[in-house]
Design a protein around this ligand. Sequence first.
Ligand code: UDX
Ligand code: ADP
Length: 463
Amino acid sequence: MSITKICCIGAGYVGGPTMAVIAKQCPHIRVTVVDLNEARIAAWNDSDVTKIPVYEPGLSEVVAEARGRNLFFSTDVDGAIDEAEMVFISVNTPTKTYGAGKGQAADLKWIELCARQIARVSTTDKIVVEKSTLPVRTASTLKDILSHTGSGASFQILSNPEFLAEGTAVDDLLRPDRVLIGGDQSEEGRAAIGSLVEVYANWVPRERILTTNVWSSELSKLTANAFLAQRVSSINSLSELCEHTEADVSEVSRAIGTDSRIGPKFLKASVGFGGSCFQKDILNLVYIARTYGLQEVADYWEQVIIMNDHQKRRFAGRIIRTLYNTVNGKKIAFLGWAFKKDTNDTRESAAIYVADHLLLEQAELSVYDPKVPVQQVYTDLDYLATRSSDENKSLLKVVNDPYEACRDAHAVAVLTEWDEFRDYDWQRIYDNMLKPAHVFDGRNILDRAKLEAIGFKVKAIGS
Ligand code: UDX
Ligand code: ADP
């Protein structure tokens, strides 16, 4: 079947950019992105394209080109589902916060609601594509629900995991290393896979479009993220050893990265990885392994998370120790709140946890991030429920000027690797800070020699 109408349920960090790029590259396909969240849809439709709710370099331009032509954002979920031949599911699948599998399993509540909604409103056959990160065998849940519709419509379920990284989403989507499509190995399944291959083939070379069975595709997504996160945890584990020896983790990283078997990517020591995928996907892998009684497999992968939690706590601990074991009432400036640069996403950002540790010691925090809205910072902290929302507001201030954030501070901590931080007038920051003025570079992006020449005491990760 040649696809002419696509619907995507969920207008978030995955659905929004993915559909914008499909619409840009396939002007002959009508793409409608729907979401229950009216404010989010209104923001995607804002006449000022710089106000769309997801910040990604290049995304506003793609939306400006396709929106109104063949790209639409709407809250009419039912209408868009019924009209489409292919329905992508890009709703959130957060880690469960209650009941069985709490803290590990993915909460499939939203996925199930979507499936029921598709089943209820569909009057014609459809291809349903899992786009969100889902634990292995979710497709069978979808299939179960969709096969009991009573409407006579039939469904093929495909897994098409997203490999885009936030901050480079548009580029990743335009020039993917590979696109992975998993489906049933029946005749109908293969036909459905073929339909989705044709969509991507509009701009992705065919040899980069891999097809597999559904379970391999689902598991590949978790595996890719687990391997990447493991590299970060591995180098972070060595950063601690470096801090106790004369080794410098950046030099170690460079040295091993030139070994072509290892390669240079994902070897940057940091305050810890964040984002909506790594932790969630590894926890999923751990949960699935435990479900099958594979204790050693579960423990092996769980250690990646344990190391990451340790790294965040350790960073906060180092700040406290350096500031003479007390940060009570001391002002500490945070540069960055997003989980990495070039995104306004803060999910699982290391900054949240480092802030929480420092607030437990009654520090006063002043946060600046170029793209994260003020309210998001408080929402993230309130979500931890360590202290009341009023306490968070009184201990932590969000400011929109980095120099203001650092004024009268005892220390500056870099939590996100935004490029602009390098280019600041560090002399001016130094002049307005309390002395000794400390810098804790949680991303190893600053020029240490330059800062030390100004008079800062600098501590980077792993040296
Ligand atoms: C990740 C995967 O890369 C992507 O393929 C998948 O679809 C979703 O999850 P994302 O979470 O957007 O993407 O960001 P990524 O670039 O992978 O970074 C994850 C975290 O690791 C960030 O907090 C980043 O700062 C950290 N990181 C990354 C390091 O600390 N060091 C590194 O060397 C690389
Ligand atoms: P991701 O990073 O996976 O894209 P987000 O949380 O950014 O996650 O986006 C998921 C979106 O899905 C949210 O905007 C949410 O409102 C939307 N959503 C969740 N469930 C449904 C549903 N049943 N129908 C429509 N939209 C939904």
